[in-house]
Design a binder for this molecule. Structure first.
Ligand code: UDP
Length: 148
């Protein structure tokens, strides 16, 4: 009898946004390439301008914080790309690919660490968003892709 531990499949879906700075700078392809190179699958993808309803639902947890209004303004400043990503533990995995929130200190090798440029912009312009838990992913996928 095998003594190998059996690991349950943990295929997940995550909601990723390429924020308006990423789209403006032509980095959508670079972000998607890293997602695919990691072995994740792109299930749905849409480039468009976000509505205030989508943005206030998406960032509801940050309402009332000093950076909330500037963040929503920035997120509405141009088209963004919303993506549903699927893969083994891809929620945590994409957060790891993205790097920490502040691009200045995000580790080299990460999307934010390699490509992010938040020169005094209050950590808004950090290229990407990725869901932080299965509950957030389900909620966020429902906001951006209600038909999924
Ligand atoms: N943000 C900001 N100022 C802050 C903290 C966050 O503008 O002091 C923005 C930034 O774009 C960040 C987003 O708000 O990505 C959501 O913040 P969170 O703490 O959830 O960071 P994330 O999960 O995106 O790393």
């Amino acid at each position: 009898m095998s003594t190998e531990p059996t690991t349950a499949s943990t295929t997940e879906r995550s909601l990723v946004l390429v924020k308006p700075d990423g789209v403006r700078r032509g980095l959508t392809g670079a972000v998607l390439a890293r997602i695919e190179a990691k072995g994740y699958r792109i299930v749905a993808l849409q480039q468009r301008e976000a509505t205030q309803t989508e943005l206030s639902a998406h960032y509801a947890e940050h309402e009332g914080k000093p950076f909330y209004a500037p963040l929503l303004e920035f997120m509405a400043s141009g088209p963004l790309v919303a993506v549903v990503v699927e893969g083994e533990r891809c929620i945590e995995g994409f957060r790891s690919l993205a790097g920490t929130t502040d691009p200045t200190t995000a580790a080299p090798g990460t999307i934010r660490g390699d490509l992010g440029r938040d020169w005094g912009l209050k950590v808004q312009q950090n290229l990407v968003h990725g869901s932080d838990s299965p509950e957030s992913a389900a909620r966020e996928i429902g906001i951006w892709f209600p038909s999924l």
